[in-house]
Design a protein around this ligand. Structure first.
Ligand code: ZN
Length: 172
């Protein structure tokens, strides 16, 4: 099922999502819906909170941009990160038509729950790591704007307000 992706400044984007029980029978459906919604909207990552599901679940598909990892993460935490950081241009399904250069760790080791076999570690680097960190921020109520300086942020806020207005007009 394709879910509705909420646009900034929807209040659901500011909420901190709650930990979930990985054996909850509803979780595979949420994951399937997140992937379906992400692909339908041509994104490479989506966090449950962007669809107003306040649970710590996110999906990424870095293979769409030269990465290696296509995976859902349940209750993910960053265990280790590289000293090295990289700056890349990021977009977000909650910010249609707006892009910004954001600094992230070049690599991270992520621990998260699996549906069946407990916690596991996944090593992410490059585009996979960037995409993951962007989505993990969403689970903490943080968006990519929050990494920008005030002037840049104000500029992009104006742009996003215009874009969302346009979309709302079109879909009415
Ligand atoms: Zn996003």
């Amino acid at each position: 099922m394709i879910l509705e992706v909420k646009y900034w400044p929807d209040p659901c984007l500011k909420k901190e999502a709650l930990e979930v029980d990985p054996t909850d029978p509803g979780i595979p459906t949420i994951i399937a819906n997140l992937f379906e919604t992400m692909y339908a909207r041509r994104g490479m990552g989506l966090a449950a909170t962007q669809c107003d599901i306040q649970q710590r679940i996110l999906v990424i598909d870095g293979t769409l941009a030269g990465g290696k990892i296509k995976q859902a993460f349940i209750n993910p935490v960053i265990k280790e990160k590289t000293e090295k950081k990289i700056i890349t241009e990021e977009g977000c399904l909650s910010f249609p038509g707006v892009y910004a250069r954001v600094e992230r760790y070049e690599g991270v080791i992520v621990e998260s729950d699996t549906l069946t076999s407990g916690r596991e570690d996944v090593i992410l680097s490059g585009v996979d790591a960037v995409c993951f960190q962007h989505e993990l921020d969403h689970l903490n109520g943080v968006v990519f704007f929050d990494h920008l300086g005030p002037a840049k942020r104000r500029l992009l806020e104006e742009k996003i307000r215009k874009n969302v207005k346009k979309i709302n007009r079109r879909t009415k």
